[in-house]
Design a binder for this molecule. Sequence first.
Ligand SMILES: [Zn+2]
Length: 76
Amino acid sequence: MDDFTLTIELKCLFCDSVLQGDTEKELESGDMIKCLECEELNDYDSVLDIAKEEGLEKVKEQALGEVTSRLKGIFK
Ligand SMILES: [Zn+2]
């Protein structure tokens, strides 16, 4: 599945805005990410957990679409 594109965004737990990570440093477990919109501090681990779940859902949907279109191809 090379033609698979997936973008996962980290979203603010408080206002649902996309979080802009600090590009100067790598985020680690236990870090807090400050939301630029509402200025709340987001726990990196929680934000990541939610992003992972969302990502998993997207992968499932895309994989399902892929399989469906291939099956359709077989019976053309
Ligand atoms: Zn926010």
